[in-house]
Design a protein. Structure first.
Length: 364
């Protein structure tokens, strides 16, 4: 196009036209620009028409072509920018009508206890009215507490580095493989004699406690195994404690946990720190004994190991097994949580997907 035929200020305006057009942020600005370029009066286009009218005949053709081309270019560009801005205005209007100022603002997400912690809290609540309090022990534990004090022989396979995480270069320090070392810690404390020659055990006349917590084993991760999991240990020391106390207490606790219809059964079993030792099953709470995937068709699910305190573990802590007796049990928390919540894969408890955690009912 032959710009040189046009007045210099219109040439300048034309050169900066694309930038000015793009800078129009709304339709009002665009209409002002449109007025200035192609408006009926006083616009660049109107001035060009007057120039054209006044031009000598021999220049009319070339000037006319230039003026027409310019006007067309401006018209097209203005039109397409107008369509864009109209589109944008509709989009904003739709957004504005979707926003309801009367709706309450979304609440910030609140923290909540993890389902495993809720279940452990519930277990503590079940035993608390029976006189049990909570004791704790460290997760980094000594071989003495984790094994020796529990009458576990030096050559027992559980002590091997294939099953147990040992701390490198820290002799005898390991990640506890069960919550039973809390028994040893408590027994050593309550068996120790004070300045008056009496022990805490003698002063109290007995003790009952639960010890919930994390434990570690070198297990491969699969739907029912994890190298870190949770147990709740229970223990009672007193005088004349027998299997009937153990069975009565646990049967009561299972009814509190699973409902009044809960049934339990005990099978003889072996653990070095109890004698006699037993495992306790509950009637499968999911199928009520009919047989399902969770109880593998047997109608029963193993829930815990238990037994009467072995005289050696009392003696290790300086407590006379001729006078004192007791029972202990250790329960798998994940396993119980899986049953109560009908969760088929324990890994869900550790992935902490909010969608899963939010669906966890029935645990408290
Ligand atoms: N500590 C055992 C384990 O982790 C479970 C256990 C069995 C605990 C018998 C006890 C008990 O207190 O008496 O497999």
């Amino acid at each position: 196009m032959e710009l040189s035929l046009l007045p210099p200020d219109i040439q300048d305006a034309h050169r900066s036209f694309p930038g000015t057009l793009a800078a129009c942020a709304d339709l009002d600005a665009l209409m002002r620009l449109k007025g200035a370029f192609v408006g009926r009066e006083g616009s660049h286009a109107a001035r060009l028409m007057e120039l054209l009218k006044a031009a000598p005949k021999d220049q009319k053709r070339d000037l006319g072509a230039a003026v027409n081309a310019l006007k067309n270019e401006w018209d097209q560009a203005l039109k397409s920018r107008q369509a864009e801005l109209e589109q944008e205005r509709l989009r904003l209007a739709a957004l504005a009508s979707a926003w309801d100022p009367d709706l309450p603002p979304p609440l910030p997400a609140q923290g909540a206890l993890h389902p495993l912690n809720r279940l452990m809290n519930r277990l503590v609540d079940v035993f608390r009215p029976l006189g049990f309090h909570v004791e704790e022990g460290p997760e980094a534990e000594t071989e003495a507490h984790n094994f020796d004090g529990l009458n576990i022989p030096p050559d027992h396979p559980a002590r091997g580095s294939a099953d147990t995480f040992y701390f490198k270069g820290q002799d005898g320090l390991l990640l506890r493989t069960h919550t039973s070392p809390v028994q040893v810690r408590v027994l050593l404390r309550i068996g120790a004699r004070g300045a008056d020659g009496r022990s805490e055990l003698e002063r109290r006349g007995g003790i009952k406690f639960l010890a919930p917590g994390r434990v570690y084993r070198k297990d491969e991760i699969d739907p029912t195994h994890s190298p870190m999991f949770h147990q709740v240990e229970g223990m009672i020391v007193g005088k004349g404690i027998g299997m009937h106390h153990l069975k009565g207490t646990l049967a009561y606790a299972m009814k509190a946990l699973f409902g009044p219809g809960a049934e339990v059964r005990f099978r003889p079993s072996y653990f070095p720190f109890v004698e006699p030792g037993a495992e306790m099953d509950v009637r499968c709470p999911l199928c009520e004994g009919a047989g399902c995937r969770v109880c593998k068709g047997s109608g029963w699910v193993e829930l815990l190991g238990a037994g009467l305190l072995h005289p050696n573990i009392l003696a290790y802590a300086g407590i006379d097994p001729e006078i004192w007796s007791g029972y202990a049990f250790g329960m798998g928390v994940e396993r119980t949580a899986m049953m109560v919540s009908e969760t088929p894969d324990l890994r869900l408890f550790f992935e902490n997907d909010q969608r899963f955690l939010r669906t966890m009912g029935g645990l408290d």
